[in-house]
Ligand binder design. Sequence first.
Ligand code: PLP
Length: 350
Amino acid sequence: MTKNNTNINSLVASGILSLEPYQSARDECNVQEDSYTFLDANEHPVPSKVNRYPDPYQTNLRKQIASTKGIPVEQILLGNGSDEVLDLIFRVFCEPGDNIITLPPTYGMYRVLAEVHRVAVLEVLLTAEFQPDLASILQNTNYKTKLLFLCSPNNPSGNLMDPKIVRELLDTFPGMVVIDEAYIDFADAKSWSALCGEYPNLIVLQTFSKAYGMAGIRLGMALAAPQVIGWLKKVKLPYNVNVLTQEFASKQLLQIDAIKASIALLQNERTILAETLKEISFVEEVFPSDANFLLVRFQQANETYKKLLEKGIVVRNRSNLPNCSNCLRITVGTPEENKHLIKTLRSLQS
Ligand SMILES: *Cc1c(COP(=O)(O)O)cnc(C)c1O
């Protein structure tokens, strides 16, 4: 197997390699334990759950994630949702004048962040089967191309990217390959993070927002080679994951079996929902899904969207995205919510 021989250092934006990150006093003297008297950070001295700044390196939580997921702790960086991690990736690799490649239809934040960072977006559409077009991606790549975003399973189409194509891209793409695995726990596939040691051009994103059921605490992560984690760590704000989030996530991870059971339940509901949707007269197609949502093509998506809203059901209208004409994206809910949706759709059949 040929490994990508891009010089990864050369992809980093100017100034980042030599950047001296912010250091707190507790970094300088390397103390965290409670036995010290902390008069260094102008915190309020009266103890409460939150009077102290959080651990900037989230040491305990990262160790716990490392052992839960079987990933070396040096390959993990935590952020305030994977959206923050995405922003860090732009800060490390991109400067105005650079460009990135996205594969629509896909997650909207890649484009938004590119625009915020004054970076051009080259869009290479997924094929009709929602797979990356390898030749076209490489054709559109130039010396200013820093990042390629692969979302697998893809939002909004729900499918995994073909592993052969992903592997080819890892081997040949001359920039960083970011694989967004926000929905990986709903799929019967291994995470690409197992290859982070082999491919320094790979960054895998995962999140606590979907399968782990903690969208409200804002916790996401980058999984990458230690060198890449080092750059992301340099540019992140020191206290980016707050005390309450670190504690809550840590506590929930002790119940990993319950989390896995809830994932199995949602996978089962996904199957039932897909089958029942296919029986609705004005449903044209239910796309196969490896995620916790279904992309569904209706006869008239805008009208169905409005009627559902009138009945108090909110779904995501994706019909303006390429290859998604007349498509709504529907999240798999509880068994009761899914029954309610089906019942409502049936009532709309003439
Ligand atoms: C939901 C989602 C995320 C999650 O973002 P967080 O900031 O971690 O909540 C990331 N990527 C994709 C494709 C998503 O659909």
